[in-house]
Write a new protein. Sequence first.
Length: 183
Amino acid sequence: MQERLQSINLYLIGMMGSGKTTIGQILAKQLDYRFIDTDELISKVANQSIAEIFATEGEEAFRDIESQVLSQLCAYQKFVISTGGGIILKKMNWSYLRHGIIIWLNVPVEELYNRLKEDTTRPLLQHPDPLQQLQTLLEKRKSLYAQADLEIMINSGDTPEEISNQILQKIPSILKKQSDSLN
Ligand SMILES: Nc1ncnc2c1ncn2[C@@H]1O[C@H](COP(=O)(O)OP(=O)(O)OP(=O)(O)O)[C@@H](O)[C@H]1O
Ligand SMILES: O=C(O)C1=C[C@@H](O)[C@@H](O)[C@H](O)C1
Ligand SMILES: [Mg+2]
């Protein structure tokens, strides 16, 4: 598989809580790739949590930093890159993501809510009705996430290892599509 992948990066996209960070780490180990998470990188570089950046500089400033970070990462190879949930919002980001294989972790909102209801670190969920907020965000973003090369439908109960294996199984079909479109 590593040979067929030819060091191309894998980008995980999806809603907050969909498991991009968790599954990205497993996938990287399985492929002998390096792992990076754009949220963690931004937080390190800014020396602030994502919530602090949103609070002090605002969402737009965060989105600009996110784009810059992504533009630099796509120059590297052999990375699994877990992205922030809103990375799909900027059109420019798609031109960076398209350097690699884009994988959408599609998780039902009820499951996202169960995972995140106790978590206070996601600024966009600091809302009186977080379940409704997740539903609204997903409705707005679904057509963008759907532009991924690969959609992984996740049911509650699917373990991160199972999901990672499912991705590995499906990657060859994407590589085939890509090579067919070049012929
Ligand atoms: N398949 C799974 N089954 C159960 N829990 C999971 C699964 N995948 C992730 N989780 C849990 O859900 C929570 C969110 O996962 P994670 O942080 O990986 O999501 P994320 O997509 O990176 O979110 P964000 O966009 O906010 O960074 C974590 O507590 C994680 O342990
Ligand atoms: O869905 C979103 O817009 C976000 C998701 C997180 O990964 C962070 O990037 C930030 O909290 C914004
Ligand atoms: Mg994450």
